[in-house]
Design a protein around this ligand. Sequence first.
Ligand code: ADP
Length: 212
Amino acid sequence: MSPVASERPSLIVVAGRPGAGKGTQCARIAAEVSAAHLSLGDALRQHVARGTPLGLEVRPFVDAGRLVPDRFALDLIDAQLERERAPMVLLDGFPRNLAQAEALECRQPGAVSLAVLLAVPLTTVAERLRSRGRPDDGEPTLRERFASFEHDTKPMLTWYERRGSLVVIDADQPHGDVTVAVKALLARSHTNHRHPATALGRPAAGSSLFSR
Ligand code: ADP
């Protein structure tokens, strides 16, 4: 392997509707294995809270529960990945639509080794979000974020599925059990980069977890 290629981290895309546990799981896993956790939502919220020029630009989108324009998301991720030295990076909430996924693939061909969907039914996330209370967890904003998952993120997940990169994890279980499942997945995909979903005996196609 060339020195450049060996320095490039393997990227794990972590997706799921609001309240699926992306942030919780990424933080837990990054603390336990040699992986970094990049949360685009957290980075955007920090910019908004500090009132940076980027924060002022993206605030209306974040407040409304809509995706910020792709160029902001891509620039932020580029800057964060450039600094990253960990062998594996958990991308929490990025990419989130087809255009972002294609742009990432174009900039870092083959770097995404796995896309993980944390699947939870709406009834469970509604329950979880009620007890959370983040500023963008109000009713109209949440409705937009759920809609964005349906319209923007699901087509992207289908794209990863067609590439053989998507694995669906049942996240309607206690956090500890989900962490164990994702860690097992990462360990197994590490030994079988080409067909992670097949290696698990769990191709995502047609999964009821994906569609519900
Ligand atoms: P959730 O998944 O619960 O909606 P996040 O913290 O991942 O929470 O995202 C919060 C907000 O940040 C989103 O509603 C959106 O406005 C913005 N955001 C996060 N990731 C992206 C992205 N990849 N592209 C565009 N906007 C994003």
